[in-house]
Structures are given as structure tokens and as C-alpha cells.
Ligand binder design. Structure first.
Ligand code: CTP
Length: 218
């Protein structure tokens, strides 16, 4: 029997803690990543979803791995990546973390405070650099301007097969919204626009472009 098509996804925001109660993060709801995981599971694929903290239930048929920080996200993905056929990085990974973090709650200080930040690990770049020839690697690009040019830049720079660009400057679309409008750009020059539409419909469209012929449900 043919082995199932395996898909690994990241979703949601990540958090970088300053102390046990404070953290750096962003407004990602995880809905786009969870919609993709649900649409992929409905096609009969085997799904591992590595998710930052979100208020969503695990999509039916997907194995959910909960993480907090960028480093934890990479550590959860690394053992799953070699066996996947398709990797889709939807997570809004926090790009910086505090250089120092405290195991105890920090007390308020009088006057201004300066935070020193250092870059987090780039989960997508790290995994794409370790890719095998049979694997398809897909990134997302959340942009507010020069959307297509910036997304194409990330596609080439991170050595991806596809990038899904979305405009996060419009209220009600993209990050932390129910709907999305996307531009799916391929390394070979393909360009497919879709939406605005509910994220479930956007998810189905994206899968049709990046994994054609891999069993769309009736
Ligand atoms: N990404 C990641 N790890 C990071 C940063 C980004 O895996 N530390 C992934 C995201 O999941 C997404 C893609 O890289 O698939 C692009 O993310 P984005 O935040 O748009 O781009 P950055 O590379 O962080 O660049 P910038 O924030 O400067 O636009």
C-alpha cells in the first residue's frame, strides 16, 4: 500500500517571555494555519500541526503539537520534517526575543526601561536548508506594502517552492481575521490570486495550487 502523503504545518503566533507573566508576541489567531491543517486532513493526508498559543481546537484528523517560543517550534518540527512531503510555514514567528529573561516576575522600576533584543531562530529557513528533493516547501509572507516584490524576495531568499503573500494592512483581512485574500507565488514564476474569501475556501485554493492532484474531497 502507498504510504500516506505527509504534511507538516506551523501555525499561530510564538511567544518570547521576559518573565513568567510577560512576553513579546503578535496578533496572529492561528486561523489560517488551522484552516489549512483541516483542509489537508480532509484530503486524507497525515497532518502534524505545530502550533503556538491560540484559542482554537485541534483540527479533526490532525496531530497537534503545542509550543510557545520560536526555539520550541523548531525543536518540535525537526524530528517531523524528514518524513514530510509538504511543509507549510504559516506561523507568525516572533522575530526577536529578549536577550535576558527572568525565571521570577520582574518588579516595576521607576523611569524608562530599555530592552535588549536578539533574533530568534528562523524555523522556515532552517528547515528549507535541510530539504530533500521530494519535499515541497511553502512559506507565508505577511506584508503591508510592496507585497508581491517582498514576497518574491522571501521566496528566493529562503529557497522555497511557493510563497503565499497576504496583505495585512487591510482591517478584516489576513492576520487575526475571518477572511483572507492571497497571492500564491511559485518559484517557477506561477502567480495565482484568490479572495477575499473565508479562510476555509482560501485554504482549499492554496492546497489545489501547491499539491495538485493530491485528492481534493468531493
Ligand atoms: N518564519 C519562520 N521563523 C521566523 C520568521 C519567519 O519560520 N523566525 C516563516 C514564517 O512562518 C513565514 C515566513 O517565514 O512562512 C515569512 O515570515 P515573515 O514574518 O513574513 O518574514 P520574515 O522572514 O520574518 O521577514 P520580515 O518580518 O522582515 O518581513
Amino acid at each position: 500500500m502507498k504510504p500516506p502523503f505527509r504534511c507538516l504545518l506551523t501555525a499561530g503566533p510564538t511567544r518570547e517571555h521576559l518573565d513568567p507573566v510577560r512576553f513579546l508576541s503578535n496578533g496572529s489567531s492561528g486561523r489560517m494555519g488551522y484552516a489549512l491543517a483541516a483542509a489537508a486532513a480532509a484530503r486524507g493526508w497525515q497532518i502534524d500541526l505545530v502550533s503556538g498559543p491560540v484559542a482554537l481546537a485541534a483540527p479533526a484528523g490532525a496531530t497537534l503539537h503545542r509550543v510557545c517560543s520560536a526555539a520550541e517550534m523548531l525543536a518540535a518540527c525537526e524530528p517531523l520534517f524528514p518524513a514530510c512531503d509538504l511543509f507549510i510555514a504559516v506561523a507568525a514567528v516572533a522575530d526577536y526575543r529578549p536577550k535576558e529573561s527572568s525565571a521570577q516576575k520582574e518588579k516595576k522600576r521607576g523611569g524608562p526601561v530599555t530592552l535588549e533584543l536578539v533574533p530568534t531562530v528562523d524555523v522556515l529557513r532552517t528547515l528549507a536548508a535541510a530539504r530533500q528533493p521530494h519535499q515541497t516547501i511553502v512559506g507565508f509572507a505577511a506584508e503591508t506594502h510592496d507585497i508581491e516584490a517582498r514576497a518574491r524576495g522571501k521566496l528566493a531568499d529562503k529557497r522555497l517552492d511557493w510563497i503565499v503573500a497576504n496583505d495585512v494592512s487591510q482591517p478584516g483581512l489576513g492576520m487575526n481575521a475571518e477572511a483572507n485574500a492571497v497571492l500564491v507565488l511559485g518559484a517557477g514564476g506561477a502567480r495565482h490570486a484568490f479572495g477575499p474569501a473565508p479562510k476555509a475556501a482560501v485554504a482549499a485554493f492554496i492546497l489545489d495550487q501547491i499539491a495538485p492532484g493530491r485528492g481534493r474531497p468531493a
